[in-house]
Design a protein around this ligand. Structure first.
Ligand SMILES: Cc1ncc(COP(=O)(O)O)c(C=O)c1O
Length: 405
């Protein structure tokens, strides 16, 4: 079949593929545990549901403006003032179908073919693929000290005339680490000096633990003019447990938002009016759900980390936010895809191979599920990997017998 070179270069989403595998095993009735998920289990806020139903009941479900509804933009303006301390105008805001679309449209608006966009490793699986859709190139930058904490010099060494932008995601998917204020300040200053775009993917910024705070890039920006190349991406998916509503946004200079709106207008038009109503409901409603989710995640993280520490061969950097931790299992198996498949096949626990996030030898484990799934999932993993554990394991009334060494 004749396909475009760009299309042929795009890899399938590994996370979506593993989700499908999980669904098939579940359907078969297998007692599979999902430690790979990227969405909270809590329900969407009541205000989101009520706002959607109220609008649905009007029976008049029309197109929304290409850059989002006025009320949704107002909700983002209020949000930006409250959480970033920055006043922006409606012309600085574009609403998209998820943060994913906001990121993609931003890249299409700023990247020429062959230009490069840098991001720290480990990275979210879509960062290397999205620039390809714009004919551009995503370049992971590995912290020289082998940690999950990048330093400015790691980036300085990689910047050349083809570099157009840097993306930071903090707290970070997949590692859960929060980049220090000093680092974010340095990157903001560096991008302003080098005339680079800086995209802050803040999708997890309220899901932080132990009083830690994700740095607010506006705080360090010197250029607050309409020439600013700072782009803030956020959305309702994670913080409000509204992944299926597909609403995210970008805040940037008027010129860039105008250009992004032109692109989005031809691609998809504005996101569904119903789903924007839902997002406005959530953002203007009672915020206790976000705090409940944050506390649940912190508690789940503590449980997961305690269990992981009981493994002899696992090294883990304690996450400071998100739903994820990226643990080093290379003492057991160097190839993370093989290890992930081994764990599904032997003990029916689904994990995400670190190689997909640029970190071979690691597994991304999610703690957004139930405590039962976390504890049972990790116990099964331990049984499979620790050859000193008993030869048999019961999952319900199924007996597993170790047939590997
Ligand atoms: C780092 C990061 N950015 C963006 C997104 C996309 O979020 P949305 O559901 O709003 O498209 C995700 C979702 O997994 C993510 O992990």
């Amino acid at each position: 079949m004749s396909l475009s070179e760009i299309a042929k270069g795009i890899s399938p989403s590994p996370t979506l593929a593993l989700n499908e595998k999980f669904a098939i095993l579940r359907e078969k009735g297998d007692p599979v545990i999902h430690l790979g998920g990227g969405e909270p289990k809590s329900k969407a806020p009541m205000e989101a549901i009520m706002a959607t139903v109220a609008h649905l009941n009007t029976g008049e479900i029309r197109y929304a403006p290409a850059d989002g509804t006025r009320e949704m933009k107002q909700a983002v303006i209020r949000y930006t003032e409250e959480y970033y301390g920055r006043k922006v105008q409606p012309e600085n805001v574009m609403i998209s179908s998820g943060a994913k679309q906001a990121l993609m449209v931003a890249m299409q608006a700023i990247l020429n073919p062959q230009e490069e966009i840098l991001f720290p490793a480990p990275y979210w699986v879509s960062y290397p693929e999205m620039p390809k859709l714009a004919g551009a190139i995503g370049i992971p930058v590995y912290p020289e000290d082998g940690s999950f904490y990048p330093r400015l010099q790691d980036f300085e060494q990689r910047v050349w005339p083809y570099t157009k932008a840097i993306i930071l995601n903090s707290p970070n998917n997949p590692s859960g680490v929060i980049y220090s204020k000093e680092f974010v300040a340095e990157v903001v200053e560096f991008c302003e000096k080098k005339n680079l775009y800086l995209i802050m993917d803040d999708i997890y910024h309220r899901l932080v633990f132990e009083g830690n705070k994700a740095a607010n890039a506006y705080e360090f920006a010197k250029d607050h003019s309409e020439n600013s190349k700072l782009i803030i991406i956020n959305g309702v998916s994670k913080q409000y447990a509204m992944t299926g509503f597909r609403i995210g946004w970008a805040v940037a200079s008027k010129k860039l938002i105008e250009t992004m709106t032109n692109i989005q207008g031809h691609q998809t038009s504005g996101p569904s009016i119903l789903l924007q109503k839902a997002a406005v409901g959530a953002m203007n409603g009672i915020q206790s759900g976000v705090e409940n989710l944050r506390m649940t995640l912190e508690n789940n993280r503590n449980i997961m980390i305690d269990y992981l520490k009981s493994f002899e061969g696992v090294h883990v950097t304690v996450p400071q936010g998100t739903f994820y931790c990226l643990a080093d299992f290379s003492n057991y198996m160097k190839d993370s895809s093989k290890l992930s498949n081994f764990l599904i096949d032997k003990v029916q626990v689904l994990t995400m191979p670190g190689v997909e996030f640029g970190m071979e030898g690691h597994l991304r484990l999610s703690y957004c599920g139930s405590i039962k799934d976390i504890t049972e999932g990790i116990e099964r993993m331990k049984w499979a990997l620790d050859l000193n554990s008993p030869n048999e394991l019961y999952i319900g009334d199924r007996k597993l017998v170790r047939d590997w060494t």
